[in-house]
Design a binder for this molecule. Structure first.
Ligand SMILES: [Zn+2]
Ligand SMILES: [Zn+2]
Length: 321
């Protein structure tokens, strides 16, 4: 099969012919049709996450078809042990031995992929393959972050990329008010947020017109934590939704005082996936995708790194046979 392979962090992916993967017990073989490009893929490719499998096929928002003709989605959570104290308490996202797709397991930047069927999701009808792909991480992790924001009415979203563009729609559907924070001067991102129902868009260090009840930080920028705390009302929650973030600068205790909370979101549970994939067509969430052929995965990663993707980048995979 053809695959775009990471041979070492910091190097571009290389187009390679690999032997077709063989499904093991409990696994399905999928003919990949689309694979979303996530910021986490960048962190892996850039060497910001430790010890990836190498060589590695990136990609954990896989849409593919099984040999018996079912359309399935493969997310980041690829396997858990089911027996550690986290798994036994409904927190499989924190499993000590979890294995992740496109990190410790080969992912979907390829014509074929294998996946443990217990962690795959049927996908809602009404979404094409490329439109469904971003639901599988941008959507799922964003949804978990939104739940962690509690019943906040005034919600700030820091970084208006793939996750925020989905979660803004879900939040509006739930009757919340959305305030979008984008890179200073990025008018396109601000306009995009307003189109998707945000009532205000401003620079990431600006103060919104009202205090926030919660903020979700999608951008991997530690400086945003004190900025979001400063924009958040007493009792508010600041949720860091990314897997990697630059160091958080020290800040005065006054910013945290007043029962403000800072927390992170790690990975997903299968329940998060089931809930979001049921909710998406009800909203209905409309995903905005920029599609690249598989062979141009490096270009997709570069555009994402430069903040030039509107909505979500997705690789479209057309296999030879
Ligand atoms: Zn476990
Ligand atoms: Zn992801």
């Amino acid at each position: 099969m053809k695959a775009m392979v990471l041979e070492a962090p910091g190097r571009p992916l290389r187009e390679t012919e690999l032997p077709d993967p063989k499904p093991g017990p409990g696994q399905v073989l999928l003919r990949v049709s689309a694979c979303g490009v996530c910021r986490t893929d960048l962190h892996v490719a850039d060497g910001e996450l430790p010890d990836p499998k190498l060589p590695l096929v990136l990609g954990h928002q896989i849409v593919g078809e099984t040999e018996d003709g079912r359309r399935l989605g493969v997310p980041w959570l690829g396997w858990t042990d089911g027996e550690c104290r986290y798994c036994r308490s409904g927190r499989e996202n924190l499993c000590d031995r979890a294995r992740f797709t496109g990190y410790q397991l080969d992912g979907g930047y390829a014509e074929l992929a294998v996946a443990d069927e217990r962690y795959c999701f049927p996908l809602p009808e009404g979404y094409s393959d490329v439109q469904a792909a971003p639901l599988l991480c941008a959507g799922l992790i964003g949804y978990r972050a939104l739940r962690a924001a509690g019943d906040a009415e005034r919600l700030g979203l820091y970084g208006f990329g793939a996750s925020a563009h989905i979660i803004a729609q879900v939040a509006r559907h739930q009757g919340r008010r959305v305030f979008a924070f984008v890179r200073a001067g990025d008018e396109q991102a601000g306009d995009f947020a307003l189109e998707l129902g945000a009532e205000w868009a401003g620079g990431s260090l600006d103060r919104p017109p009202e205090e926030l009840d919660a903020a979700i930080i999608f951008a991997p920028v530690g400086e945003l934590v004190p900025a979001a705390l400063a924009a958040t009302a007493k009792g508010g929650i600041v949720v860091c939704a990314g897997i990697h973030m630059s160091d958080i600068p020290s800040f005065p205790y006054e910013l945290l005082w007043g029962e403000r909370v800072v927390r992170s979101i790690a990975n997903l549970t299968r329940q998060d996936g089931e809930e979001l994939l049921a909710l998406a067509p009800e909203v209905p969430v409309r995903t905005e995708v920029e599609v690249f052929p598989l062979e141009r995965a490096n270009e997709a990663l570069d555009k994402l790194r430069a903040g030039e993707v509107r909505g979500a980048a997705v690789l479209s995979v057309v296999s030879a046979g």
